[in-house]
Design a binder for this molecule. Structure first.
Ligand SMILES: CC(C)(COP(=O)(O)OP(=O)(O)OC[C@H]1O[C@@H](n2cnc3c(N)ncnc32)[C@H](O)[C@@H]1OP(=O)(O)O)[C@@H](O)C(=O)NCCC(=O)NCCS
Length: 191
């Protein structure tokens, strides 16, 4: 069953994120940080969290915004000074994260936020590992594609160049690659 997330889903969503979006800066920051991000999306008027449940078990989710600029501003205001310091500490003391951070920084110079404005922007999509390859991700993305057709807005997202499963997934879902820079691949779906 596909439905909008409720507040009590955020814990399960954060757990799936921690297990699935591996190697990301958010995961390195820890579950509390991740849950805070989902809490922000949950409260943000322009963002939606859709969940897929079977027998009351949360199996997967997708998050997106229809106004990237406003949602991004909202996320930034939730960063406290102490979180910023922890973030900088984690980024600068871990070589892998530092590389990731520099790549993300260069990527944003190459593809600045304002270029995402006007699109439906997908932040995250993840399915619990034992339920993957059963068409659940496709169900979630199909729903966003219907919204995209109804609202005449394209969908944009970016994923790590090393995430071959996700690349295959988005290609099969009808997205086409718009750029490949600093180990980030941008995908666009035009209704
Ligand atoms: C990417 C992801 C969301 C796909 O969800 P899913 O429910 O497993 O995908 P589906 O079963 O709907 O697969 C649809 C198509 O995607 C591609 N695909 C999915 N998983 C794949 C894999 N492990 N290897 C290769 N291709 C894959 C295939 O083309 C597949 O079609 P097929 O089953 O006819 O071969 C899931 O693997 C996941 O949660 N990964 C971890 C988190 C992540 O990387 N998220 C995306 C970046 S934010």
């Amino acid at each position: 069953m596909l439905t909008s997330a409720i507040l009590s889903d955020l814990d399960a969503i954060s757990d799936i994120h921690m297990d699935s979006i591996t190697g990301s800066v958010s995961v390195l920051m820890g579950k509390k940080f991740v849950k805070n991000l989902y809490q922000t999306l949950f409260n943000d008027d322009n963002s939606t969290i859709l969940v897929y449940k079977e027998n009351n078990e949360l199996i997967g989710f997708i998050t997106y915004t229809t106004d990237f600029r406003k949602t991004n501003e909202e996320i930034k205001t939730k960063f406290s000074l102490s979180q910023m310091l922890i973030f900088l500490l984690k980024v600068t003391t871990n070589i892998h994260t530092m590389k990731l951070f520099i790549q993300q920084f260069l990527f944003h110079l190459y593809f600045p936020n304002h270029r995402i404005q006007g699109y439906i922007f997908i932040f995250t999509l993840a399915i619990k590992s034992r339920y993957r390859k059963q068409g659940i991700g496709t169900k979630l993305i199909k729903h966003i594609k219907i919204i995209s057709r109804k609202s005449h807005s394209s969908i944009f997202l970016d994923t790590a160049g090393s995430n071959q499963k996700a690349i295959n997934f988005y290609q099969k879902a009808g997205f086409h690659q718009v750029f490949n820079a600093f180990d980030n691949i941008g995908f666009l779906y035009q209704p």
